[in-house]
Write a protein that binds this ligand. Structure first.
Ligand code: ATP
Length: 921
């Protein structure tokens, strides 16, 4: 085992959420080497988790890229598979930036005393060295991999004004010269700083310049530095804080070394709150003198009150236990007293703080994985629905259109008489009106003599044509409207639903399909077939009949004398036409024509529906492919990442669970006792070492679905999970669950009372109904997967094969004797659980664990399965009641559709249980 892989486990005695290697519970002496050791352990632990987080981040982004390349989801869903910019920034910060203790205080001396104690060196000159008006600049203390240590000034953390290396190298110094700490100090280096015109003489820049001290100090490392805030109320504090927090991950410490907070202190703290509202501060109260025993009780309470008033502290312990929430502060500020005599509380705080930082980072990944899996689940559901419903919609559209077509044909045939009457009625109604309209009709483009006669036959023909046309147009309008009214009822009956169905088919089109979709074309056809066609204005047959009439009329004219084209002539032409119209002929013609058009439209519809079917069948094939990829590639990949992110979060929060004695073994893992973990007493831990990727994926999916199941009294509770990275060759996954007393197999071995067994059966049915209600199928119901508590109430466990119905790909899973025959066909549903319950119920009724003889005679799994496929089932035992036998035989019916609903099973067992109670009373 390499050192790198060794998890650093640290126990804090403060917070409820931290864990493992004991931090000293007794006050740590100042300058203790234990302090340095523990501090470096904390930082090492932080780095260790950061490395795992970075690895997970890398794998997550790689997986997201791969998933995006597959384009298995709709674009709007695909666009959600990424980490937000702010989340990415937070994760990057943990990767690249060192931690920094930001030391603020009421006074310079408070900071210097605390820092010197912490570093166990008189690095900074302590008070009273500086007069009250002196402005102390920002100081950054860090360790650099530089052979020469020393100090330098820099502006905004980047621009070096003067490098004092040369000076400091020559003189081995212990304490930083006090003038270097002061803005506009009188020190030689500062004089240089002040007088060098080539650099800057800008006063503001000098003010914000920080003093960087590089020195090998035991406590500090590349991953940890100390920043001391400048002391000057007049500085641009916002700029200062930006400068302080640039490129580091801050841990804010505020040293209180005065009796109470002054108005200036309060202003500064208020300002701090407004700039970084979610950053907690550790307030450390240190005594003014070196004599700690003189410390009075009262000021502590007073400052505590002041900090409560400012909103930093609270009388109630309101620390949020929800580490996933981004809206609430990560955790509360805290205050410790006697800060210089006991660093233990300080260490606890730092440990908790950095644990929260890493927990927040893993939480970001965890939520992203969860979101991604939700998207897969929703998409798989949509796809399954699409695959199931689209063919049904298509056949519905076909059937409905056929009905519509047949009804319209029947209607037009049967309506001939009605149409005839309709035409007669229209002609009757319009007779006089049309004759009057004809009288006043202006006929353009003809030449008349003084006697108003036409000069030639051509003009006469023009006159009669104009009158005919007007009559025709007006009649068409009226007849068409009447026809439309009579067919509108049909329109409402059929077209509404059909159109809705077609709309839904159109709704499931792929985005990139062309505009000329079959469903759109279908709508066009409907439009032309059943709406526009009935409006008759271009009814050529009707025209033809009228033209024939006209010809007849012409034949009756005397061609020697052209008539006067006066209103009387026009009226008589109009009346002649109207009188000679044959309604019967017209009606027949209208009906034939409607029939032809409806037939044509129907043929057209059929052709286009076929095209639509083809298109959908191609699309559904690709949907099936996508669904498979979502199930088999994307979901396991992200489920595995989720198992890792969740387990890492649990590991940081609760540490490794302690493995007790072995309780049992399954095919895939060993179950151990575990006294307590994550604030839960009496747990078990199931340790599984997945041998290959397939098992890893199965386990990850089990974990994912199990976690999603809301707590239920009939399902064994999953408390959490941890991946033990201790050994890099073998990384067992530890699933921690609530501990139950025994499994049903063990219980039946010792036999149970009938009513207890019926109660257990009811519990299993209840658990299964719950899972099915969530769309999940267990797929491995058997005696060992039913656990009993002290009172023999049952809970279902081992959801290793449990999956949402839409995510099942028809794989052969389960335990042989409980497997329904259709499991071998790859097409099955939740009723496989009802079958398995039937077999379980046989055992429950048999009150033992002996195999049914019908199964026992089968010498191998294959022989058993082929017998089951042929209908062989457990035999009826002597003491089975009719009611119990009926329940199990119905449950294990070969036809899944014939198996009862679990609600019915529940009712029947309840009846049996009630009868037992009544009989025994
Ligand atoms: N939460 C629990 N409380 C008490 N005992 C448990 C718990 N979980 C499992 N066990 C015991 O550990 C045994 C092994 O459990 P495990 O789930 O690993 O395997 P299994 O269900 O028997 O078989 P497989 O997982 O191979 O189908 C169980 O039979 C049961 O007796």
């Amino acid at each position: 085992m390499t050192d790198k892989n060794r998890p650093i486990t640290i126990t804090s005695n403060g917070g409820k959420s931290s864990s493992t290697l004991p931090l000293s519970t007794s006050p740590l002496p100042i300058h203790s080497s234990v302090l340095t050791q523990q501090f470096s352990d904390i930082i090492r632990r932080y780095k260790y988790y950061c490395q795992h987080i970075q690895r997970l981040l890398k794998e997550t982004e790689k997986s997201y890229d791969e998933i995006n390349d597959t384009r298995v989801l709709a674009p709007e869903k695909m666009s959600k598979i990424h980490l937000s910019k702010s989340d990415r920034e937070y994760l990057d910060a943990l990767k690249t930036r060192p931690l920094a203790l930001i030391i603020c205080s009421q006074s310079y001396s408070g900071k210097s005393r605390f820092v010197n104690e912490l570093l166990n060196e008189q690095l900074l000159p302590e008070s009273p060295i500086i007069d009250n008006n002196a402005v102390v600049r920002m100081i950054r203390i860090k360790v650099e991999n530089h052979p020469i240590h020393g100090a330098s000034f820099s502006i905004s953390g980047s621009f070096e004004l003067i490098n004092a290396d040369i000076m400091y190298k020559a003189v081995s110094w212990a304490t930083v010269p006090r003038d270097d700490l002061i803005v506009n100090g009188t020190n030689e280096h500062n004089s240089l700083l002040n007088n060098d015109d080539n650099l800057t003489d800008d006063y503001e820049q000098q003010e914000t310049a920080s003093l960087e001290i590089r020195k090998p100090l035991e406590l500090l490392s590349d991953d940890l530095q100390i920043v001391i805030t400048p002391s000057n109320q007049n500085l641009n504090m916002k700029q200062i804080y930006v400068q302080i927090t640039e490129n580091i991950v801050p841990i804010f410490i505020y040293i209180i070394d005065q009796e109470i907070l002054s108005p200036n202190d309060i202003d500064e703290l208020r300002f701090f709150r407004s700039i970084v509202p979610n950053e907690p501060i550790l307030f450390i109260r240190i005594d003014q003198s070196d004599n700690s025993s003189n410390m009075s009780e009262a000021p502590c309470v007073q400052t505590f009150r002041q900090l409560c008033d400012l909103g930093f502290l609270s009388f109630l312990n309101t620390e949020s236990s929800d580490n996933t929430s981004d809206t609430t502060p990560l955790f509360q500020s805290d205050m410790i007293d006697n800060g210089l005599t006991n660093f233990t509380l300080f260490l606890n705080y730092v440990l908790k703080h950095i644990d929260r930082l890493t927990i927040r980072a893993v939480g970001i990944l965890q939520r992203s994985h969860e979101l991604c899996l939700d998207l897969f689940n929703d998409s798989a559901f949509d796809m399954a629905r699409d695959i199931l419903i689209t063919p049904k919609r298509l056949s519905y559209a076909r059937e409905k259109e056929k009905n519509l077509y047949e009804s319209l044909i029947a209607l037009t045939n049967s309506k001939q008489n009605e149409i005839q009457k309709l035409i007669l009625q229209a002609v009757d109604e319009m007779h006089e009106v049309l004759a009057d309209e004809a009288c006043s009709l202006e006929i353009p483009g003809i030449e008349l003599t003084d006697q108003l006669t036409v000069k030639n036959a051509r003009d006469l023909k023009k006159c009669t044509s104009a009158i005919q046309e007007q009559i025709l147009v007006r009649l068409n309008e009226t007849i068409a409207n009447k026809l439309l009214d009579s067919i509108n009822v049909l329109h409402d009956n059929y077209i509404g639903t059909l159109t809705r169905c077609l709309f839904s088919l159109e709704g499931s089109r792929d985005e990139d399909e062309s505009e000329l979709s079959a469903s759109k074309a279908l709508q066009e056809i409907l439009h032309s077939a059943y709406e526009v066609n009935l409006s008759l204005p271009t009814n050529s047959n009707l025209f033809q009949i009228l033209i024939d009439k006209m010809k007849e009329l012409f034949r009756t004219f005397s061609w020697n004398h052209f008539p006067r084209i006066d209103p009387e002539f026009k009226r008589s032409v109009a009346l002649d036409i109207l009188n000679s119209l044959s309604e019967a002929k017209l009606a027949k013609s209208v009906c034939t024509q409607l029939n032809d058009r409806i037939r044509m439209s129907h043929d057209n519809f059929e052709t286009l529906l076929k095209q639509l079917e083809h298109r959908h069948s191609d699309r559904l094939k690709s949907t099936e492919d996508k669904q498979q990829r979502v199930r088999k590639e994307c979901t396991p990949k992200i489920a595995r990442l989720l198992l890792e992110s969740t387990s890492l979060k649990d590991l940081i929060q609760y540490g490794l669970p302690k493995q007790g004695r072995e309780i049992g073994r399954g095919q895939y893992g060993v179950v151990y006792d575990c006294k307590s973990w994550a604030n839960h007493q009496s747990c078990v831990l199931k340790s599984v070492i997945p041998p290959d990727d397939r098992h890893w994926n199965d386990l990850a999916l089990e974990f994912h679905y199990l976690r999603r199941i809301p707590e239920h009294p009939r399902i064994v509770k999953l408390i959490g999970s941890v991946i033990d990275y201790t050994d890099s060759d073998q990384t067992p996954v530890l699933l921690v669950m609530e501990r139950l007393k025994r499994d049903l197999y063990a219980a039946l071995k010792n036999r149970l009372e009938f009513s207890i067994r019926m109660r257990i059966a009811l519990d299993v049915v209840e658990g299964l109904r719950y899972l099915h209600g969530l769309g999940l199928v267990h797929r491995d119901i058997k005696l060992k997967n039913v656990l009993l508590d002290e009172t023999n109430r049952a809970r279902i466990t081992d959801l290793g094969f449990c999956k949402p119905e839409v995510m099942m790909s028809g794989s052969l899973v389960g335990t042989p004797i409980h497997m329904a025959p259709e499991l071998f066909t790859s097409k099955y549903d939740h009723t496989v659980d009802i079958y398995a319950f039937g077999i379980l119920f046989w055992y429950i009724c048999s009150n033992g664990i002996k195999l049914p003889t019908n199964f026992d005679v089968c010498s191998s799994k294959d022989i058993l399965w082929s017998a089951v496929k042929k209908g062989v089932r457990p035999e009826r035992l002597m003491d089975f009641s009719d009611e119990c036998w009926a329940i199990m035989t119905k449950c294990w019916d070969t036809q899944p559709s014939q198996r009862p609903y679990l609600g019915e099973v529940q009712e029947k067992i309840e009846q049996i249980l009630n009868n037992t109670r009544t009989t025994s009373v």
